[in-house]
Design a protein around this ligand. Structure first.
Ligand SMILES: *Cc1c(COP(=O)(O)O)cnc(C)c1O
Length: 299
């Protein structure tokens, strides 16, 4: 499996003498998308070494992680249980249809109950109900996921100054920061509103992974477009134009916001001339079908 680097050409980049490369994690696997594969890899190994036959995880109804876990379970021979936030809606959206087609068993819980997803008693209840499964947290983020995400960086075989990544739970960027070990600058683009809360969570994930604290990274919290899974016409226009120009599909939840933010920063002269930037395309394109269905917009 390979995630090649691809250089983008754009007049703005020439004007500012900036080189922009995209790390195509979206091409890693047809169904276990981008960073979700990186996050699952060592968890699957761990589950296997504990002789577990079932993976249990958590997510919203459009979750890339739910889709990826279902596909990984089928490919690597695990039964999968998805604990889904909110009520069941028929017909199922494309993400959940996909999950079921890959053999995942879905279990819906209320939003209130979902808040207990890390609570020891609730997990014990689920553990008994589903016969001691291997638990993977929401979004797939744990220490083994951080370890898997370090490999995104190890694959990059060019010199560069900045690396950019979209953030949900922060697990992916934590792996990137940890493996760089203080080198280069890392920029994170939170997909959620009020993304500053992530600062502490990312620090904690890194601390747990290698016991260190770094200052060569920063979150750009102004590109959330109203919040998680919220969009604006200018974001959709950007994604459409990006695809036309570069023949790379983005999605509006994570990668669209990151590239929008990145081009905005370049426009503002944020990067000094001669900088070389690597942006991680974390995948997630499975969600576009659901987006089209919900909003009636093509992305
Ligand atoms: C899940 C996801 C992210 C966020 O990853 P975290 O490790 O939760 O920060 C970014 N991009 C895409 C496409 C995703 O599916």
């Amino acid at each position: 499996m390979e995630a090649p680097l691809q250089q983008l050409k754009h007049p703005l980049l020439d004007e500012q003498s900036i080189e922009l490369w995209v790390k195509r994690e979206d091409l890693l696997h047809p169904a276990i998308s981008g960073n979700k594969w990186r996050k699952l890899k060592y968890n699957l190994q761990q589950a296997r070494s504990e002789n577990k036959d079932t993976l249990l995880t958590f997510g919203g109804a459009y979750s890339n992680h739910i889709a990826a876990t279902a596909a990984a379970g089928q490919e690597f021979g695990f039964r999968t249980i998805g604990i889904i936030r909110g009520e069941e809606h028929e017909p199922l959206n494309p993400t959940l249809q996909f999950a079921i087609s890959r053999g995942m068993q879905l279990h819906y819980i209320s939003r209130e109950q979902y808040r207990l997803k890390d609570d020891a008693n609730f997990l014990e209840e689920l553990s008994q109900k589903y016969k001691q499964p291997y638990f993977i947290p929401e979004g797939g983020t744990n220490a083994l996921a951080v370890k898997g995400c370090t490999e995104i960086v190890e694959d990059i075989n060019i010199a560069y100054d900045y690396i950019c990544c979209a953030c949900g739970t922060g697990g992916t960027i934590a792996g990137i920061i940890a493996v760089l070990d203080g080198e280069k600058q890392v920029l994170g683009f939170p997909a959620l509103k009020g993304g500053n809360f992530l600062q502490k969570e990312i620090e904690a994930l890194i601390l747990k992974y290698n016991g260190k604290k770094y200052s060569n990274w920063q979150l750009l919290t102004d590109y959330h477009f109203g919040g998680y899974a919220k969009v604006k016409p200018e974001l959709l226009d950007f994604i459409y134009t990006f695809q036309k120009q570069h023949h790379i599909l983005l999605e509006p939840i994570y990668t669209g916001k990151m590239f929008f933010g990145l081009f905005d920063l370049i426009k503002q002269g944020y990067f000094k001339s001669g900088s070389r930037i690597v942006a991680i395309h974390t995948g997630g394109l499975q969600g576009n079908a659901g987006f089209k269905e919900r909003l009636g917009v093509e992305v």
